[in-house]
Design a protein around this ligand. Structure first.
Ligand SMILES: [Zn+2]
Length: 263
């Protein structure tokens, strides 16, 4: 599940593979960019903003700067391969973008919202986002203010709304609510200590930066990485009550009816 930490990791992998190097070729397999080419361009850096990826490149000579935007949503991924290696990230028809250097191929599978915009205008793609949980200038007070602006929304939906705070996906939503003992359908206005909740969200995402396994329990062992996410019918790790599953706002959610009681 690509969430803020996965996107942050992806940005780092792409940055290490491509930044500073000249692109020897590019291949955009999305209709709106079918004729675009970044061959000869230099990748300056790759950054994550919430769940958005921003790859910034500069044209040689006149120094024009463009940002390649992509979003992973539920199923997208970027993979990096040494030049000449087989690409193993998925079927070829899911490839949306290929960027090549002398030594590397970066292959984007099932990317969403692929766009090339002048770097000076890239903020227009991400300005709707709330405070970024993985940014150095993370602003928890602003995140709480934005959550409180819609007090009747369920907290489960509010945590996923990237306009409130950017970086939480379904797995962290489920786990944050479990750890805070909050019933997923609780309206935002009735959630005790929102500041504590967003602080926990920040700590969980930060602790998973730099690795691909998303663990909230402290264990990286398969089957032990989450308290509630993906565990329908399994005993709660705290009270042994079976974990429940339901749909909420179009997304699946999991909770322990005893540790997260309805009011
Ligand atoms: Zn429980």
């Amino acid at each position: 599940m690509p969430e803020g930490d996965t996107v942050w990791n992806t940005a780092r992998v792409l940055h290490r593979a491509l930044a500073g190097g000249e692109l020897t070729g590019s291949d955009f397999r999305v209709p709106q960019l079918a004729t675009a080419s970044l061959a000869g361009w230099t990748v300056r850096d790759v950054a994550a903003r919430g769940k958005h990826l921003l790859l910034r490149a500069r044209e040689p000579g006149d120094g024009r700067e463009l940002t390649l935007h992509s979003h992973l949503r539920m199923d997208g991924a970027w993979r990096v391969y040494p030049a000449g290696d087989r690409w193993t990230g998925g079927p070829a028809h899911l490839i949306r973008v290929v960027l090549r250097t002398q030594t590397t191929a970066a292959v984007g599978y099932h990317l969403h919202d692929v766009a090339l915009v002048p770097t000076a205008e890239e903020h227009s793609l991400v300005e709707h986002l709330g405070p970024d949980l993985l940014a150095e200038d993370w602003d928890p007070a602003e995140a709480v203010r934005r959550l409180m602006a819609h007090p009747d929304t369920t907290i489960a939906e509010a945590l996923l709304d990237q306009r409130n705070l950017a970086g939480i996906g379904n797995l962290y939503k489920v786990e944050i609510l479990f750890l805070r003992g909050v019933w997923p359908w609780t309206p935002v206005r009735d959630v005790p200590d929102l500041a504590g909740m967003v602080g926990l969200a920040r700590r969980l995402l930060m602790s998973n930066r730099g690795r691909w396994t998303q663990a909230t329990t402290g264990s990286l062992r398969r089957g032990e990485t989450t308290y509630a996410y993906g565990r329908r019918g399994a005993p709660c790790r705290r009270c042994r009550t079976p974990i429940r599953e339901a749909e909420l706002g179009g997304r699946v959610t999991y909770w322990c009816p005893r540790c997260q009681p309805a009011p």
